[in-house]
Design a protein around this ligand. Structure first.
Ligand SMILES: NC(=O)c1ccc[n+]([C@@H]2O[C@H](COP(=O)([O-])OP(=O)(O)OC[C@H]3O[C@@H](n4cnc5c(N)ncnc54)[C@H](O)[C@@H]3O)[C@@H](O)[C@H]2O)c1
Length: 247
């Protein structure tokens, strides 16, 4: 299967691994990321591996830029039939110390950014009568996490948004599902660990029945299946690839 797959946050961590898995399935990959340099590197690595890939520097919070970027993807690679939204900001701040600027930025990137990308991708999917949308949410959106009220709220919103999209477009060959990671070894997790915001590694591991933190490939393998032809009847679901941490 050779379709165009847009992966936001595709330059790092979970998004980077998802780009690799989708490329292995034969898709053409558009790596969208705020960080243009690492996005170029990611797309270059995919091309070195034999895939067709292009990097696009974009802040998903910028609605106009999202629209023009999807237009550029269409011109450069073709219509978009697979969308994975992994771009997000994360951090830990006590509720009473969250500034309105911080609150607005979290909503703009994590929730509105996801909505903007879904809206930009849908016309191509409707036209084709086929589409796959996977949002990377968070266990924080399922359970809530202290000192992450802003992040948890946006990720809960992403889960509800995904379910609503699934219901609205199920009759048009388009699926939408969400993967809510718990703890995955990525630069985002490393930053939280270095900032002292995570429990000690042995405590974190004890919170995960499987006994280990996840890898980006753990998430990417399930994401690749959700984007496959065979997964056409699987929609509106929240699938915790989390070692049993949240069930
Ligand atoms: N790593 C974990 O333990 C964990 C846990 C729960 C949820 N998640 C979620 O998984 C997803 C991937 O996170 P990760 O751990 O791979 O993080 P990461 O920091 O390694 O990657 C995130 C990528 O998103 C990009 N990005 C950030 N803001 C952006 C913006 N405004 N526009 C475009 N790109 C932007 C970054 O440049 C980066 O390349 C995120 O949605 C995150 O909330 C991760």
């Amino acid at each position: 299967m050779n379709r165009v797959a847009v992966v936001t946050g595709g330059a790092s961590g979970v998004g980077l691994a998802i780009g690799r898995h989708l490329a292995r399935q034969g898709h053409r990959i558009a790596v969208l990321d705020r960080d243009g340099t690492t996005a170029e590197r990611a797309a270059g690595d995919l091309r070195d591996g034999g895939a067709e890939a292009q990097a696009f520097a974009v802040d998903v919070a910028d609605r106009a830029a999202v629209e023009s970027t999807f237009a550029a993807v269409r011109t450069g690679l073709g219509p978009v039939h697979v969308l994975v939204t992994s771009a997000a900001v994360s951090g830990f701040t006590p509720l009473d110390a969250i500034t309105w600027e911080e609150w607005d930025r979290y909503l703009a990137v994590n929730l509105s950014g996801t909505f903007a990308c879904i809206r930009a991708a849908l016309p191509d999917m409707v036209e084709a009568g086929w589409g796959r949308i996977v949002t990377i949410s968070s266990a924080a959106g399922q359970t809530g996490v202290a000192r992450q009220t802003h992040y948890s709220a946006t990720k809960g919103g992403v889960i509800a948004l995904t379910k609503a999209v699934a219901k609205e477009y199920a009759g048009r060959g388009i699926t939408a599902n969400s993967l809510p990671p718990f703890a995955v070894e990525t630069p985002m997790l490393a930053h939280a660990r270095d900032s002292g915001d995570l429990p000690a590694p042995e405590v974190l591991q004890r919170m995960i029945p499987a006994g280990r933190v996840g890898t980006p490939d753990d998430l990417a393998a399930t994401c690749a299946f959700l984007c496959s032809e065979e997964a056409g009847y699987l929609t509106g679901q929240v699938i915790g690839v989390n070692g049993g941490a949240v069930t």
